[in-house]
Design a protein around this ligand. Structure first.
Ligand code: ADP
Ligand code: LRH
Length: 479
């Protein structure tokens, strides 16, 4: 086709990829040109991202993408950032959100701004790693004292590519420093916590121009310029939700990968006390939407176990897990106790023991426990979101890496008692490409983008089996 290619850089917590997408009136093609591992590094001061390694991966991906790019867009995981000094140089490696520096910090924040007020102002769930808590943890560090600018991870990479600085809105909404009603900074919260908002570059919206590849970048990647960079939904989950191939409004989504992000797309935030107690977040999406969702530990639980077991073949392990009887033991996959790395099989066994359930005795049994627990957490999030937002759904869409796990998709359908439509796997990259395409071509709304996805993407449907009562009974064991 004659359509010009768009490069989507999508950095997940477990891998980074550069994909090239082509968009036509009735066509949407996506090809992976480069994938690289994203391995956090533990140094004496804590857990850090190898952000230079990621940048090198991005450059290599752009080189492989080749000439003729209509634009480049970048999305990544949320909340984390790099600090720049007065010369614009990076001050140290960005801290990983699983680092322990935020342990106990929330209590200090709530002593100044009570948790209820914080939720009413920002709509963000409590997670120890929200940027607000990270900045509070960093308060008296030499690094923060020296910092003149804070750039969220995708904005940092965009800065290195273009020399231009901005703070993209959807990712900014994960800092807990934004008001989801005005979709602008919450000056009151920042002031009361002594956080200097001038550290942040001006907000930019998905679709805004974000500069052009610098001459040195063109030289290094061998690309002919000019190549524009376009702001997309730079929070990976915002891009993934934009690429949920829903046909109507009565849908829930689960973005599965390292995390499971499960909830609804709304046109206004839900800021009730009940919603706070249920730990639902109101992150910002495209075109004025709100991503009303809950964070669930996700396939991180399995990734960490697999790492401990010496990386056995995942396909074989999942086949074994499918043969293990269902719902023998479950853990609370929403529990932040599973956030830190290390000893995951033992920690899961311990949680089963404490709740008086059979302790999984083999990798297959542990894997089954994880998948049952994830499906159960998916059910609870989908149920709670509908109740709290006063909306109901008749289908659950699963997108992201977890779509490759057919057992997880089927168990989620069973647990929710609803059909599951799974796909696309590379939803974040597709959402990234579609936002660029509409910034550079005829405008299309979210519904139009989704229509194109339903026409072009391979989707799989799972019907629920059996009743949902046994899932509720399993949850009762954890209460
Ligand atoms: P992230 O973007 O957070 O890095 P991904 O969306 O790439 O994560 O999803 C990664 C997860 O997808 C892995 O942890 C793994 O559980 C699952 N996955 C990847 N490949 C397969 C596969 N072939 N079969 C089953 N699951 C898979
Ligand atoms: C998923 C994700 C999620 C955040 C977490 C830190 O990659 O962006 O939406 O909560 O990383």
């Amino acid at each position: 086709t004659g359509a010009r290619p768009y490069a989507a850089v999508d950095l997940g917590a477990s891998s980074g990829r550069v994909m090239v997408g082509r968009v036509g009136p009735d066509s949407l093609e996506l090809a992976e040109v480069h994938r690289f591992a994203n391995r956090p590094v533990r140094v004496p001061e804590g857990l850090r991202w190898d952000v230079l390694g990621l940048y090198a991966g991005v450059l290599e991906g752009l080189r492989k993408a080749g000439d003729g790019l209509a634009s480049v867009g970048i999305d990544s995981w949320a909340v984390d950032y790099g600090l720049l000094d007065a010369d614009g140089a990076l001050l140290g490696n960005p801290v990983h959100y699983r680092d322990r520096r935020t342990d106990g910090v929330a209590q200090k924040v709530w002593a100044r701004v009570p948790a209820g007020e914080l939720y009413a102002a920002t709509g963000l769930q409590y997670a120890p790693f929200n940027t607000l808590y990270q900045l509070t943890a960093a308060r008296s560090t030499a690094q923060l004292a020296q910092a003149r600018r804070l750039l969220l991870i995708p904005d940092l990479l965009a800065y290195w590519l273009t020399g231009e600085q901005g703070t993209e809105l959807t990712n900014a909404s994960t800092t807990q420093l934004l008001d989801p009603r005005t979709r602008d900074w919450s000056h009151g919260v920042a002031q009361r916590l002594g956080i200097d908002l001038s550290l942040f570059a001006p907000l930019r919206q998905p679709g805004d121009p974000a500069g052009e590849l610098r001459p040195e970048v063109l030289e290094e990647t061998g690309l002919a310029g000019p190549v524009p960079v376009t702001a997309v939904g730079s929070h990976d989950t915002a891009s993934a939700v934009a690429a949920v191939p829903a046909t109507g409004e009565r849908f829930a989504y689960i973005c599965t990968g390292t995390w499971s992000l499960a909830g609804l797309e709304l046109d206004a935030p839900v800021l009730t006390e009940e919603s706070r107690a249920a730990n639902f977040t109101n992150e910002l999406g495209l075109d004025g939407t709100v991503r009303y969702l809950r964070n669930i530990m996700g396939l991180w639980l399995l990734q960490e176990c697999v790492r401990t077991w010496g990386e056995p073949d995942l396909g074989a392990l999942l086949l074994e897990a499918a043969k293990v009887p269902a719902l023998r033991s479950v853990v609370d996959a929403g529990d932040a106790a599973f956030l830190a790395p290390g000893r995951m099989p033992e920690r899961i066994a311990e949680a089963c023991r404490v709740s008086g359930q059979p302790v999984p005795a083999s990798p297959a049994e542990t894997t089954r426990c994880i998948l049952d627990s994830l499906a159960l957490a998916h059910r609870r999030a989908v149920e709670d979101a509908q109740r709290l937002a006063g909306r109901s759904v008749d289908v659950v869409h699963i997108v992201g890496g977890g779509t490759r796990n057919a057992l997880l998709c089927q168990l989620t359908a069973d647990a929710c008692g609803l059909p599951v439509v799974s796909g696309p796997t590379e939803a974040a990259a597709l959402g990234n490409v579609l936002v660029q395409a509409r910034a550079h071509g005829p405008a299309g709304d979210l519904a139009g983008m989704r229509r194109l996805l339903t026409l072009t993407q391979l989707l799989t449907r799972y019907e629920p089996r059996g009743g949902t009562r046994r899932w509720e009974a399993a949850w009762a064991r954890l209460a």
